[in-house]
Design a protein around this ligand. Structure first.
Ligand code: ZN
Ligand code: ZN
Length: 246
């Protein structure tokens, strides 16, 4: 049976150097549940080391968590890669780490905390996660889709790391599965303000780096269940699935 799910598919955890400490797995889930979200994706910069913990915390409270990564391409474009399972996300992460140089300097960029589903600190990620990988956009889209993931150009309205500012256009090939506008743009206005969106599906998400921002923008989806495959159908508007206008 199809019904409506409220989704926020771009949430950072305390693993992102720019994410607040309070963005721990259990707290993210508690706030998501309070905000009425049933489907979220945790998308840290170039890493998914907290995704499993957020997923386990989510299972306790009925919030489904997709394992995601916000990848920074060599063109300095931010792309969301969402996966059907943690293994595929970890496979992309391994490839991203090969293309990521430098060490984090927490005093400059912020701490990168790896935590478990009970918010216990397990350690720190020493890599320069905030940096750009040396992988090009086209290769990132192909790899993500090759791992059965969905690839979404992030916050296309933003000057910093949005594809329109960085490239000036949306490449036709390899095609993104969707585009995202930030919370600043009402989704209903996205196409008129950014005609480059063309026929691609357009979602909106919070890009939350602190708890209060979770769910400040959300996409309502008509799905049979909160899974990546259902999300794929919704983006393609197939089998009765779809994105609902707000
Ligand atoms: Zn971003
Ligand atoms: Zn982000």
């Amino acid at each position: 049976m199809l019904r409506t799910f409220a989704a926020d598919l771009h949430i950072h955890s305390c693993l992102s150097p720019c994410g607040e400490w309070e963005m721990s797995p259990a707290r993210i889930i508690r706030r998501s549940a309070e905000a009425g979200l049933e489907l979220i994706a945790v998308c840290d910069h170039n890493s998914c080391e907290n995704a499993g913990a957020v997923q386990r915390a989510g299972r306790r409270e009925g919030v489904t968590v997709l394992a995601g990564i916000e990848v920074c391409s060599k063109e300095e474009v931010h792309v969301l890669a969402l996966f059907p399972g943690l293994d595929a996300a970890l496979a992309l992460q391994a490839w991203l780490y090969e293309g990521l140089e430098g060490e984090n300097r927490p005093e400059l960029f912020g701490w990168q905390v790896v935590a478990d589903e009970n918010d216990a600190v397990l350690g720190e990620n020493p890599r320069l996660l905030i940096g750009a990988t040396r992988w090009g956009l086209a290769e990132i889209v192909r790899r993500t889709q090759g791992l059965a993931g969905l690839c979404i150009a992030a916050h296309i309205d933003r000057p910093a790391h949005g594809i329109l500012n960085q490239l000036g256009f949306i490449p036709a090939e390899p095609a993104f599965d969707a585009l995202e506008v930030s919370w600043r743009v009402p989704r209903g206005e996205a196409r008129s303000r950014f005609p480059e969106i063309g026929a691609l599906p357009c979602i909106t998400s919070s890009d939350a780096h602190r708890l209060a921002d979770i769910g400040r923008a959300r996409t309502r989806l008509r799905l049979a269940a909160p899974t990546l495959e259902e999300l794929r159908l919704a983006l393609r508007a197939e089998a009765g699935r779809g994105l609902l206008e707000d």
